[in-house]
Ligand binder design. Sequence first.
Ligand code: FAD
Length: 315
Amino acid sequence: MFKMKVMNLSHKASCATRDEMKIRMYVMTNPAVSFEVFPPKSVDASFRLWETAQALAPLSPRFFSVTYGAGGSTRDLTHDSAHVLRRSSGLPVAAHLTCVGASKSDTMDVAVNFAKIGVTDIVALRGDPENGADRFVPHKDGFENSCDLIEALADTGKFTIRVGAYPDTHPEATDQKANIEWLKRKFDAGADEAISQFFFEAETFLRFRDACVAAGIDKPITPGILPVTNWTSARKFADRCGAAVPAWVDEAFTTALRDDRHDLLATALCTELCSDLTDEGVDALHFYTLNRPELTRNVCRALGVTPQAALSDVA
Ligand code: FAD
């Protein structure tokens, strides 16, 4: 299957006349990009975050987003990383925020403190159940679910609110219909945009996008893209969050690992996924960088997203 896809690509390239290529280059509008990073927990990790920002800020992303550790474990680190990123890059920064293990007033205090440092974009999430539990149990004084949090944030009038969306269906949703109805409720509660969980085939996202439109959702849903820096962990992560792994992707990575071509395959597959999406009118992509900027930067370059300014120019 993978071989077939690569052959398709080379077929496209070899059959195009020079004029067709020119037209294709001309009509190709570069997608807007944004990048997710996570807050560092060690000095070494701080340098990795800094290198990631330095490598990716020049691509003029719409925003960087900074994750919130499971169970609110990185509350202060998320705040401080968002602050430093915002100050050093001059770019918009979105802070993630979950409802897990905190009262409503503590959660809203975190949001207010983000606003005080100029971080008025929030990725508002319910969060995963604590300590590997099957079901989310709200804190006794906390938000019941993501819609409650979104509504409270929207009521302040201070924030641009992004939320999670699940093209492969969230593991807790009874089916895709319920998954999409819930996403609609999040938009109705005040969300401005959704960012999707990662997925491996463009078709998965495009089908989901069509179903969302059919359900009456008219706000943007930006695909979340995972450049695979480590197949073994990506696979485990996919299993945990319910992203379906096609057999051909698994086989392709198994072979690439054996032949020491992992990064080459990861770059080719991710670039093809992104260009299939942009061919279908997707105009923004959100990359899960895992604070490893190389693959993301190479994919962006292949898509025509090139450096506009050095970080030092905007710092
Ligand atoms: P929701 O969308 O609110 O719920 C998930 C699903 O459960 C829904 O599709 C719905 O079908 C069902 N559901 C939930 N509540 C109800 C209800 N009351 N009635 C009916 N159905 C319901 N996790 C972190 O800990 N930190 C992060 O920084 C973080 N960042 C993320 C960023 C993105 C872009 C995404 C997609 C996920 C992120 N996550 C993060 C993971 C996220 O916390 C988990 O996926 C979590 O299980 C769901 O959170 P949510 O807000 O998207 O849930």
